[in-house]
Design a protein around this ligand. Structure first.
Ligand SMILES: [Zn+2]
Length: 269
């Protein structure tokens, strides 16, 4: 799964989940909260690939996500990759293979997902809107990069950085103040989880069960068998998945906003 599909699956899951909560649990969200949650979940669904570094010194390579903020995020990815590799070697058991790259290890585990969700929630609770605006800035950047990949490629990272800053500022100005924002931590954690699931079906596997040792391996790669995973990741299926995710997102959005739009025109449904 490439960046755009990851981001799109994050958005689709958040919108569909919000629709289900709205419909079945009577849990309503304001349009702003909905938009912020969707963007954060889409950005969060790219976050685990921030462990794929390129060559910072030459400004080359790296995952889509690592290029969001130019050489700055490329550097962050380099750090993340080295930390991941360090954790891999610190916890590896005898049957775990040697590796020279930390990609698809620590950031593709359940503990990481929980830590990101909890950490974000704790930061927002402790620092309120200032933590919120910082996290939103980064997540909007990732979401823009993932959802509008062709535009982002043309626009370049400076424009993306400015657009993210603008969107974060708008949200900051319109968000009710003086409280924690568990929604943002939840959206980010859910996004990371959706990413891991996406990698599980389109790649040879992720160590989702770490740190549970299985057969003298701490980093057991779990996912679809290689042959099926490769097929699911093929171009045709990727396009099909992209269309399906877009349809799900569109339907959920219509389901969420239609009632309030209709009620404005006094139409009973
Ligand atoms: Zn990944």
């Amino acid at each position: 799964m490439m960046g755009p599909q990851h981001a799109l699956s994050g958005a689709a899951v958040w919108l569909a989940g919000s629709w289900a909560l709205d419909h079945f649990a009577d849990y309503h969200q304001s349009p702003l909260a909905l938009a912020v949650g969707t963007a954060v979940c889409a950005g969060g669904a790219l976050f685990p690939d921030l462990d794929m570094s390129g060559k910072v010194t030459r400004n080359q390579g790296g995952a889509t996500v690592a290029r969001t903020f130019g050489v700055f995020s490329l550097f962050a990815a380099e750090v993340m990759e080295k930390i991941s590799l360090g954790v891999y070697y610190a916890t590896k058991l005898s049957k775990d293979p040697r590796r020279n790259n930390g990609h698809r290890t620590l950031t593709h585990t359940l503990p990481f997902t929980v830590l990101v969700g909890w950490g974000t929630t704790a930061l927002c609770a402790a620092y309120g809107k200032w933590a919120v605006i910082t996290i939103l800035f980064f997540m909007f950047g990732l979401a823009l990069r993932g959802l509008f990949d062709e535009w982002a490629e043309r626009a370049g990272w400076v424009i993306i950085t400015l657009a993210s800053a603008g969107a974060a500022w708008f949200t900051f100005a319109n968000l009710p103040g003086g409280r924690g924002y568990p929604l943002i931590g939840t959206a980010l954690g859910v996004g990371c989880f959706v990413h891991i699931l996406g990698d599980m079906i389109t790649r040879a596997g992720v160590p989702i069960l770490w740190p549970i040792p299985i057969k003298r391996r701490m980093w057991m790669m779990i996912g679809l068998p290689n042959s099926i995973a490769l097929r699911v990741g093929s171009k045709a299926e990727v396009v099909g998945m992209r269309i399906a995710l877009t349809v799900v997102s569109a339907l959920a959005t219509v389901g969420l906003i239609a009632p309030s739009v209709l009620s404005r025109f006094d139409i009973e449904i």
